[in-house]
Write a protein that binds this ligand. Structure first.
Ligand code: AMP
Ligand code: FES
Ligand code: ZN
Ligand code: ZN
Length: 315
């Protein structure tokens, strides 16, 4: 097939726009989609320093490269960080990712920080898996969310960018409906204002990019990233989450643009209403150990509670 724009050989087809694209025009289309969405959803309004959370996978590696390339259009400086969670399980997962992420930071030429969970907080996610009776990915999620905000602050950033893609968001929206979790649904936004008393805003610039679009772009650009998923990922997804995603992909196959419409219409028409109704109604507390916000009715945040448990079992 020929590129719908220049007539050269096409390497990518966008089914929901019926567009064939050559390598050059696919790259332009992909990047402009990010720039357009970032502007439409005011992701970088007022941003001076944007910290990209880079895990070593395709999505965040691509986000680092694309944000650095387009930072001038928005007027911010890109910085980055990696959280070494100490996941091994015979795969050296965290170690391998660390090396790849460092190479990308150096290649792109940004200031960066490596957060060492074991060195700075005294435990790894592998330790937590052995010693805390809770699904390991839920512990890991708490740790990552907490340390991501902190790392962005330490880098002097006012904005934290994560690489959640459209598949992640669609899965989140659909399972929010299925399980009726309105609180989660109301917060799952591509732009989250800073927590009370803090200044880091959280953005998801790829929230309307399909996972396969990011993968194809990353491969065409020749980026170095880690293909293998976290060794705990099978445990995390669970059968029902995986089935939901597979069902959505089947509908997407019959109705191109289904997931895009699901997420963009949710964000435009439904979530703002849920947010007004639900968020702000619960009384958020303050962690008496670290001073950050806690869930309503709790005086210690989830991260400090995990840390306490880990340090207690160590001694
Ligand atoms: P996940 O929670 O694994 O779905 O990852 C969501 C986003 O969090 C990724 O797209 C990255 O931007 C970020 N992230 C995940 N793991 C790490 C890590 N170890 N270090 C830095 N950022 C991460
Ligand atoms: Fe956290 Fe897999 S990345 S458990
Ligand atoms: Zn072309
Ligand atoms: Zn705390």
């Amino acid at each position: 097939m020929k590129c719908s724009i220049c007539g050269n050989e096409a390497v990518h087809y966008v089914p929901y726009e019926r567009l064939y694209l050559c390598k050059e025009h696919y790259a332009e289309w992909f990047e402009q989609k990010l720039v357009r969405n970032a502007k439409r959803y005011r992701m970088f309004d007022g941003s001076r320093r944007v910290a990209v959370a880079v895990s070593g996978g395709k999505d965040s590696t691509t986000l680092l490269h694309v944000l650095k390339k387009h930072e001038g259009e928005f007027g911010f400086t890109t910085v980055g960080f990696y959280i070494d969670l100490g996941i091994d399980r015979g795969t050296k997962y965290s170690e391998v990712n660390l090396e790849v992420v460092k190479r990308n930071f150096e290649e792109v030429g940004v200031e960066y920080r490596i957060v060492d969970l074991k060195g700075e907080y005294g435990f790894t996610i592998d330790d937590a898996k052995r010693r805390i009776n809770r699904p390991v990915c839920s512990t890991c999620g708490v740790v990552k969310r907490y340390l991501m905000t902190l790392a962005a602050e330490e880098l002097g950033a006012d904005t934290l960018a994560t690489a959640h893609n459209l598949d992640d968001m669609a899965q989140f929206v659909l399972s929010g409906y299925v399980y009726g979790n309105l609180e989660h649904l109301s917060r799952n936004s591509p732009v989250e204002e800073p927590e009370r008393g803090f200044k880091v805003k959280k953005v998801k610039p790829f929230f309307l990019h399909y996972e396969y679009e990011v993968l194809h772009y990353a491969v065409l650009m020749g980026y170095q990233f880690v293909y293998d998923p976290c060794p705990y990922s099978e445990e995390f997804r669970g059968v029902s989450q995986h089935k939901l995603l597979m069902s959505m992909k089947r509908i997407e196959g019959d109705t191109p643009g289904f997931m895009l419409n699901l997420v963009s219409n949710f964000e435009r028409n439904i979530r703002p209403m849920l947010y007004r109704e639900i968020s702000g109604s619960g009384q958020v507390g303050t962690c008496k150990i670290c001073g950050r916000p806690t869930a309503p009715g709790r005086d210690i945040c989830s991260f400090c509670s995990i840390k306490q448990k880990m340090l207690a079992v160590r001694g």
